[in-house]
Write a protein that binds this ligand. Structure first.
Ligand code: ATP
Ligand code: MG
Length: 585
């Protein structure tokens, strides 16, 4: 389902800001050399053909989750809608927790959502670690402007002297060191002459600022570790809050969109850029940071730390377990990318913190799946039905539409035979009131086939029903003239016992019981131990033509996707969603 005609995307405060900026011609003459760099690289370049530039900047320290999807969809859609560009930038300035495996999976997931950052004109895949030389240069620019100093206080002293929310901090004894001394010390830090934590480079702003983030924040620290991209070239690394504005500026980002927890950092973001622009290292217009509220969903944890714990401690079967709120999990579960986009359109973008009901998420998925999925017939709890008056080897072909509302999807022929499988719950020996399906003496329609009348049943030694007996009414086949002469209230689905195939079904449910598992003392105590249920089902024979990743609606049951662990001998189906919300609180 493409959102290609009618409905324009719902507006939000970020769109309003962009529209105003464009109306004010704020970015009209900005330049772009074709690759990231400081002002000297862009100065002689032509004007940027992209009207705005946004970015999605994940840290490659885990797999992407549903929250990241909100940021990806927001940033890439803005670029698309305002004739701009969106960069995929790995914020890999922290050497300790990052890896290649995460980088590759993140690239795959962004593409899976339907976004591209590389084409014949531009290749906007970037690594912040490629900018380490520029960041070092930027730090030197600040030192030379007497706006940064090397502090030899211990981490403990720095912490104590930072002050509190009610008390100002105290100036470091190294704060007025000469520019020459700072340059020499910073160079020595880079040369590896000092141990981790022995000194840091700090911005010189104001130790009495009411915003603690402006009390001379650290901008470079010593870490003798190998980096996944730059190897052992560096033993000093920029702090995230210093690196991020510089990354944005080097890439000529216009709108740097992030989540609300960075609001308090915005003054420092602006400070870094302004000082570097004043010194001629960067050019105006500078990037501007805008914050929106992060996605929270009931019954879901969206923190990388917790997701890593779920995987490492074996509470789930890996990052792509269909119960995980990761994008690799969503793919395997069968949540379609267009469902994510519809969902994000519905919840909107704002600054108000909220927790969205999981049902809103699933409803968006169902809506898309209802359009996108062909129907198939599966019996999940099989009970044998024998049509007594049906000729022994006769095969009656029944025409079954692939989609009830979309005739262009065509139809297929399903074989009706003497022995069928029906759902156990479609038969009752002693029917409760308003039960319109099969019971002795009652008539129902075999969907797309004949009307049948139940004539009896057989039980095993324990009295369990093992077979239902019936007769069919020959002139009642669906789609034939006069077929509706016999009126029935029930309509049940079936598959031929002879022409069907047995498949494995994995029914998934919420991974956490409570609305907000993050509220529990230990979120692991809230895990739903019944979040996966396996069973065997019988499916119409056409299902054997399906490939991994194909999705169907099993009529009357829900949406199912062929799992990658399927083989031609054993097909495995994951339930994406039921047809309606059935979650019990
Ligand atoms: P987590 O808190 O789960 O570890 P993170 O914010 O550390 O996530 P990053 O890799 O730094 O993860 O995030 C990349 C981008 O995705 C950032 O711009 C971040 O603001 C955004 N993002 C992360 N989580 C959410 C969320 N729940 N809703 C919206 N955007 C998010
Ligand atoms: Mg982060």
């Amino acid at each position: 389902m493409k959102n290609d005609n009618a409905t324009p995307p719902p507006t939000n405060f970020i769109r309003n800001i962009i529209e105003k900026n464009l109306a004010d011609n704020l970015y009209q003459h900005k330049k772009w050399s074709g690759k990231p760099g400081p002002e000297i690289e862009h100065a002689k370049a032509p004007e940027d053909t992209a009207r705005i530039r946004t970015r999605f900047p994940p840290e490659p320290n885990g797999y992407l989750h549903f929250g990241h999807a909100k940021s990806i969809i927001l940033n890439f859609n803005l670029a698309e809608d305002y004739q701009g560009r969106c960069h995929l930038r790995f914020d890999d300035t922290n050497p300790e927790k990052e890896s290649e495996e995460y980088v590759n999976s993140i690239i795959d997931s962004v593409r899976w959502l339907g976004y591209e950052f590389q084409d014949e004109k531009e290749n906007n895949l970037y690594f912040a670690s490629d900018y380490f030389d520029y960041m070092y240069e930027a730090a030197v620019v600040l030192i030379k402007a007497d706006l940064a100093y090397v502090d030899k206080q211990t981490p403990e002293e720095i912490r104590l002297n930072r002050g509190t929310l009610t008390e100002p901090g105290k100036d470091s004894p190294f704060r007025n060191q000469s520019v020459e001394d700072n340059l020499t010390l910073f160079e020595a830090m880079k040369q590896g002459k000092y141990a981790d934590g022995e000194m840091v480079l700090r911005a010189k702003i104001n130790m009495a600022s009411p915003n603690i983030n402006l009390r001379d924040p650290a901008i470079y620290r010593i870490r003798h570790v190998t980096h996944h991209n730059s190897g052992d070239k560096w033993c000093i690394y920029p702090m995230y809050t210093f690196a991020h504005p510089i990354e944005d500026a080097l890439e000529k980002i216009t709108h740097s969109i992030c989540t609300l927890e960075f609001e308090d950092q915005r003054p420092f973001y602006d400070w870094v850029l302004k000082k570097l622009a004043d010194a001629g290292f960067l050019a105006k217009p500078l990037p501007k940071q805008h914050e929106f509220s992060r996605l929270n969903l009931t019954h879901v944890v969206l923190s990388k730390r917790k997701l890593i714990q779920l995987v490492d401690e074996g509470h789930v079967h890996g990052w792509d377990d269909p119960r995980m709120p990761t994008l690799v999990g969503a793919k395997r579960r069968g949540y379609p990318p267009s469902g994510f986009k519809l969902f994000m359109d519905r919840i909107g973008v704002s600054k108000a913190d909220s927790v969205i009901d999981y049902q809103v998420f699933e409803d968006a998925m169902r809506e898309v799946l209802n359009h996108e999925c062909d129907r198939r017939i599966a019996v999940l709890n099989p009970l044998k039905l024998v049509i007594h008056n049906f000729p022994e080897n006769h095969i009656e072909l029944c025409e079954v539409p692939n989609h009830p509302q979309d005739s262009e999807r065509g139809s297929r022929q399903v074989k009706l035979t003497k022995e069928l499988w029906i759902e156990k719950e479609d038969f009752e020996v002693n029917p409760p009131p308003k039960f319109f399906r099969l019971f002795p003496g009652n008539q129902v329609r075999l969907r797309y086939g004949f009307v049948i009348e139940c004539t009896g049943y057989e039980t095993d030694d324990q009295g369990k029903v093992i077979k239902v007996l019936c007769d069919y009414l020959p002139d009642t086949k669906s789609g034939t003239p006069g077929s509706d002469a016999v009126k029935v209230k029930g309509n049940i689905h079936w598959v031929s016992a002879q022409f069907s195939t047995s498949v494995v079904i994995r029914n998934y449910d919420r991974l956490f019981h409570s609305d907000n598992p993050n509220d529990a003392e230990n979120f692991l105590d809230d895990i739903n131990q019944n979040s996966i249920q396996m069973s065997e089902a019988v499916c119409e024979e056409h299902i054997t033509q399906a490939s991994i990743g194909d999705q169907f609606q099993f009529e009357r049951h829900g949406y199912y996707i062929v799992d990658p662990e399927s083989s031609t001998e054993q097909m495995i189906f994951n339930r994406t969603a039921t047809l309606r919300d059935i979650w019990q609180k």
